[in-house]
Ligand binder design. Structure first.
Ligand code: CO
Length: 238
């Protein structure tokens, strides 16, 4: 009996200890994300091996030629898609790569990129099968994000006839992804930041691209805008 009691007691103590260890281990994972720090060390070591001066040079200056405005989707990271190194592209990302006239975050990024870094290209890049675009096209409530997605619904409203004429849902969504990029390129061009840069003779091209997650390939939507004469008269600031 005593033996049995002791057995139960030991088992319980062992379980409690294991549970405590598991909880501590989980907490350590939650708090410190050691796997990511380990991965970072490997990444930095690999780059240093290829170019021992890389980080020293990068620490002194950033001089990117490009500003990327893309979707926050984890499958669409600018540097990896373009196969370029840190320091080569300035990046702003949000849900569904939207450029809103009153979004001080996005406008500040554009201003810094154009006025200070003097980038020569702004790339608005969308992607097919974008969760933000899909969510904007349904009628369910998604919470706070619905206020953001309403900008996408506006794009649909502007091009309703063209989108509704498509045969199936997939083609409709694909077209909206493309049209959203084209609208956001226009929004970038309509900013005083870009127009002032053009007025002062700064060379600046605004591009609209789309990326397909399922094959990793980028496509140019052929809406590149390089000067005030290419935008609608109503939006020109003299
Ligand atoms: Co997306």
């Amino acid at each position: 009996m005593l033996q049995s009691d002791l057995g139960v007691c030991l088992t319980w103590k062992h379980k409690r200890k294991t549970l405590h260890c598991d909880t501590s281990r989980n907490l350590a994972i939650m708090k410190f994300l050691k796997n990511l720090f380990d991965s970072n060390k490997v990444w930095a070591a690999n780059i240093k091996e290829a170019d021992p001066e890389f980080f020293t040079k990068l620490a002194n200056q950033q001089r990117p030629d490009y500003l990327w405005i893309g979707c926050a989707d984890s499958r669409v990271p600018a540097n990896e898609i373009l196969n370029i190194m840190p320091g080569e592209i300035f990046v702003h990302r949000n849900i569904a790569n939207v450029v809103v006239h009153t979004d001080l975050n996005c406008l500040s990024v554009i201003q810094y990129a154009v006025d200070v870094l003097k980038v020569r290209h702004i790339i608005v890049c969308g992607h097919y099968n974008c969760g933000g675009i899909n969510a904007a096209m349904d009628n369910s409530e998604h919470g706070l994000i619905d206020n953001w997605l309403r900008h996408i619904k506006d794009v649909y409203r502007f091009h309703k006839k063209q989108i509704d004429a498509m045969d199936n849902e997939k083609d409709k969504l694909d077209l909206l992804c493309e049209l959203n990029v084209i609208e956001q390129v226009a929004n970038v061009c309509h900013t005083t930041i870009v127009q002032n840069a053009w007025a002062s003779g700064q060379e600046l091209a605004v591009h609209g691209w789309i990326y397909r997650v399922s094959d990793g390939i980028l496509r140019d939507l052929d809406v590149c805008t390089t000067g005030i004469h290419e935008i609608a008269k109503i939006h020109r600031i003299a």
